[in-house]
Ligand binder design. Sequence first.
Ligand code: ADP
Ligand code: ZN
Length: 630
Amino acid sequence: MKKERKIFNRKDGSKFYLIVFIIFFVALIARVLFFSDVQNTNVNPEEQTVKAPIELSFSDVLRRSDDIKTMNISKDNTANGVLKDGTPYKAVIAYNPEMLEKISNSGAVISIDNSASTVDTMYKWFSIFVGGLFLFWLLKMLRGGNGGGITRSLIGQNPTKVTTGKTKTTFKDVAGIDAEKQELMEVVDFLKNREKFKALGARVPRGILLSGEPGTGKTLLARAVAGEANVPFFATSGSDFSGIIVGLGVAKIKEIFELAKRNAPCILFIDEIDAIGQSRSKHSYNDNDREQTLNQLLIEMDGFANETGIIVIAATNRPDMLDAALLRPGRFDRQIHIDLPNMEGRKDILNLHAKKFKIDEKVAMIDVARGTTGFSGADLENLLNEAALHAVRSNHKVVEQSDIEEARDKILMGPKKNRKMRPEDIKLTAYHEAGHAFIGLHYEGITDPIHKATIVPRGHALGMVQHLPIDDKVSMTLEEIRANLSVYLAGRVSEEIFFGNKKITTGAENDIKMATRLVRYSVTTAGLSDKIGLVSVNQANTFGQRIALENASEKTAQAVDEEIRSWMDSAYKDAKNLIMKNKNTVEKIAKALLDKETLTGDEIKEIVFGKKASKKTVAKKPTKKANAKK
Ligand code: ADP
Ligand code: ZN
């Protein structure tokens, strides 16, 4: 993302530091070369090694000053040397001239190790100097930060803050969001043919707000606009403008707009604009500073004439949080929302990124797209990357379907668990999943086709049955909801039928949760229940979540509870009925799962309907896959 060169737009600051550093370094080398063995001057090494030194206290030293022959005092106020009788000693002393005089008067040779202090002093000076410099800078900042040299260079040097340069990214690198690209074409056009626009007096937006979830390609799109128009791209982030130092944000805004003006025409990209542009009533801390920063941004945006050719593109995933002032004409008056890609879009994005990897020709990206509902562009790129890593680990020559599958499951559900499970738990899981799979297959056509069933634990799940949609869904039919409820509850039903109702487990927790959500949504929000009727008795915005029934009487609330229970009960009965009638088939699926751990949708079909129903060519010998008992 931040491939471009980081700018250090004023060199003087860094040069200065370089000089200081060199001086310091030379001093350090000098110390090592010339003073390194001062410690031992005047002390005969032999004397030191003969006996272990005795320890003298400070008063000992004073009392026995006449006995001392040599004394070497080092900077940490320890002294060592030998007594007149040859005994080495060491002592901790207080460094005072009188004492030294007294000892030297008695004929002792005193040496003072002050080599370190040369460096020390320099170090001290250096620290004081740097400290002073920092203070100076701080003061400048506090005064509003519009001062010269040092202030600016220090801001400019903050290495993550502004990335810039000509970008090679173009619209070719953006897939799956054609409508958004189209809207931005106009901006590219303007940057390329400013004269034409000027002649006609056409007003071009100065600011464009891209909104959308993280990873939907906002930065990419902004960069592509710059690339298409062949103008410089400056990127910064709103969060960089709020800091501990008051006034820094204002200074930085000024700095970056100045930079943009000097390089116009250009694109100035501000990521996470909500960090500074949050609605003034909504934020709670650091108010004043942020407000000043926001004001400065508004001033700058109002300040440059359209002809300069600076287009500010801002990105946020919370457009609703933005201060209205930001969205006024002449500021970010053009809003483009980027949705998560639909199935077709996901396929295009996958195909685009697939060029970077060696992917097996057999992999159909549309199938990968089917299984990645809710993935952003960045997620899809990450998926392929994970798949490639998995391929490497598994010694595959190309990225295979199984690698992509594994990567997706890992992203969605967490990595495979190497949990040791008790055999009876594994068995129960197999029957549980077989229940889901059977009912899922029974309703196939109404519900999404089964992709696979597995008893390999992953994340919190002990196993799973995965369905893949054929198309993007915008709504569900009542029939579909009812069928899905049966599929959800079939796991628990199967446990009960095969193991008895004393052995049922908590493993159905998530199934029950999902089913309840779906019913609640259908009954209270979607108007699908005859009993409750066409009323919305819930706050509809959060999908199926239980929020106090706001606009419902106590009676309605009770009716809702009863209706939810009734839908769940009938789904449970439906699943139970079907599995009871097909116990053998379900058992076959469970056994195949125990045998192979994972079954594809086709394999399950073969078990249930026999081989002729399967799409595979009729083979005399059963294929390995078709043969459940290997
Ligand atoms: P955002 O700024 O919206 O958080 P980014 O632009 O940083 O998202 O997207 C991150 C990465 O995801 C991009 O660099 C690109 O590789 C990939 N990506 C996202 N959306 C798309 C897309 N529509 N087409 C191609 N790649 C995409
Ligand atoms: Zn289940």
